[in-house]
Design a protein around this ligand. Sequence first.
Ligand code: ADP
Ligand code: MG
Length: 702
Amino acid sequence: MNRLRDRDITYLKSVGPARAKLLKAELGISSYYDLLYHFPTSYLDRSRVYRIADFPRDVEESSMPAMLVKGEFVSFSVHGEGAKMRLVGLFSDGSGLMEIVWFRRIAEIRKAYTNGRRYVVFGKPAMFNGRWSMTHPEVDAEGSNADSTGLRGNYPLTEKLRQRGITSRTIYGLVAQVLGNLPPNLTETLPQSIISHFRLMPLARAIVAIHAPKDAAELDAARNRFKWEELFYLQLDIQRFCRNRAASSGGFVFGKIGYYFNTFYKECLPFELTGAQKRVIRQIRKDTCTGKQMNRLLQGDVGSGKTLVALMSMLIALDNQYQACLMAPTEILATQHFETISSMVGGLGINVKLLTGSTPKKARDLIHEGLQSGAVHILIGTHAVIEDNVKFKNLGMAVIDEQHRFGVAQRARLWTKNIIPPHVLVMTATPIPRTLAMTVYGDLDLSVIDELPPGRKPIVTVLRYENKRMDVYRAIGEQLRQGRQVYIVYPLIEENEKLDLKSLEEGYEMICDTFRDYKIAYVHGRMKPAEKDYQMSIFASGEARIMVATTVIEVGVNVPNATTMVIENAERFGLSQLHQLRGRVGRGGDQSYCILMSKPQLSKTTRERLTLMTQTTDGFVIAEADMKMRGPGDMEGTAQSGLIFDLKVANLTKDADLVEQTRDAAIALLNADPMLAAPDNRIAARQLTLLTNRIADWSRIS
Ligand code: ADP
Ligand code: MG
């Protein structure tokens, strides 16, 4: 394989320096290897011949596949004039008729085809005035060279390449030249034992089959091999890293539970812990007395009470004469944690401090001093807590809230805050399916809070179209009269920022007009932090009864008296985002409502998405559905998660069974041969080095 990486595509037929430069810039292809591993993303099936009478009638036009038909032209006619001129050929395959329409090169085409000869036509049929038609399909004489059947790949291209006349066929032409000259002894990239045990297609065959499969079965086998390989090396890398760390990193021993934890538990706890909270706290206690560093991911749906678990874990650290810190992604959230936690532990003589970007210099200096002397016990804050000048006397426990907002590098910095790295608890409300967690957070132990505090009534979610706005306002008015608070959320995305801000402003004015008796808070991401904080604080205190906002409120805000959330243009939000937003209500004992407002014309998938929201409040169900709809690459968090292997063919959700299979295979291989030193396994060691050289270092991930 290595030689392929050294061979330059410039010298392939029809490439040359200009195209080579373009291919490099647009697709990152410069060597034979790059070209061979530029796989088609979909395939057109020319292996199956369709009958016109059998064209599917229930498929939406946009998702109609290209189809191959064999038959002859019955007649030709020209319609329209000038720019609107079109040539229509009536085509019959014996089962039915369709029109083939051309708008360009009419004279030339009219000459090229003859009535009564057999042709192979390949294109997307569409129903037009009750008759099937195809526009500018590929037409080849039957039996000619071009009339090859089999699957044809569609290669990913960019707009620029298309403009320069590079098509999927061009790419295939280049690939075919390389395939035609492959060395006979193409080096396998998986150990032979694995190939035979899992019956994988050998590389030399698979690389041909992925570009030019004879049929669907061969394509499946080839894709399966590449998926397997990708996932296997990913898992091998994670497993190897876990082993190294397990062998090397010691952790503080929190040998006892003492005054802080016990007094808090007995005297300060405002409610009974849920079973799930107790279980997680027990897990954390167990982790922290083993002598190994804890690295635990705590997943719990919005409102499940993670903050309390964080606090009690920090109290264990304090009981063992260590300091603790809690890092949150936004200033608002950090402040809220600070207030909740200070008020909960107020009577225990614990010194809690808040450190954010806007902490004034003087106060900041004092906090720095207190951390170094040990006078500050718990530090709560934003990114400010991981800055270099923040030094602890003895940090023993670090909690990261809503971790999907933090990058890997930021998490890793916590490790440097003490000579022995502190125990780390990472909390997230974005539930991720098991196979993804296993991969993305493969080295973290997982805890789940799968139980909400008692007395919570499930949020009632409804979908309302624009024409029901007045009804929605009446419902809001009713909640306000009962003393409750209301969120009204608008989308705001960068590409559309101007328009979005405008509709936000208009919405705000309309709300002000409609609800004149109430104070209304107004927040968006473009505001100055101080103004934002002020607006948030008047809502949190209950002074403002309505909050009109963009998604800045998405994360973590806790106002239990807010019982209604209206989400405007709900069709523009993703499922997980809707779930996060909705989690801002339903936090107290009162019945809460979420109203999804949308325009009435919705695509099928959007309607499905919104309907799902009205049917379930289970974050895991929603996360699974979201991943199926969008693919994990787009999932919030995965981009920053440290999953740096760029998966080309495998998909962590769709290929869940392969994820598990390759993980087991990786573990088995390392158990049998930890150094990957056996002759058959050296290939794996080499391949892993090659792949990991290109990616960031797992060892920096906490
Ligand atoms: P999240 O997991 O989303 O961070 P929080 O920690 O903010 O959730 O908790 C949500 C709300 O539930 C808070 O108001 C908190 O005081 C309350 N809560 C937490 N645990 C319990 C419990 N065991 N019983 C009753 N209420 C609880
Ligand atoms: Mg929270």
